[in-house]
Design a protein around this ligand. Sequence first.
Ligand SMILES: [Zn+2]
Length: 155
Amino acid sequence: MKSKASDVKVSTQDYFVNMYKDTIPKVVKSEEEWKKILSPQEYYVLRQKGTERAFTGDLLEVKSEGLFTCRGCGLPLFDTKHKFDSGTGWPSFYNVLDKTCITEDTDYDLGYPRTELTCSKCGGHLGHVFPDGPKPTGLRYCINAVSMDFIKKEN
Ligand SMILES: [Zn+2]
């Protein structure tokens, strides 16, 4: 894959604009502040770009209607209607709620390029997106359960 320098996003803004053109202020905290509000496992994944062990996430089996939000800041990220069983052991989605809420970046942690996903509001590490998902998008958003909370839809 060819990488273009123009694709590198260096954002110093303290907000982002979502698909509804709302201005969303970013959440900025020190590492010490994050450690106080996150569990050690959440801190490891969200703030240190860790990965939870496959098949250990508490949101893997969620099938009821609702929204998956960022555990760091509460921003809604995914909808159950886009969730599918990828067999990988991590919650997987073929689409996002709002592309502006998730920031994509390239990492080489495993020696080859992968598209890393972070929350646009707090910068928390979510997971990666791969081009081997189901139709209609063909994308597989592979997300750590520990990076998210689930808000069940009220009937
Ligand atoms: Zn967040």
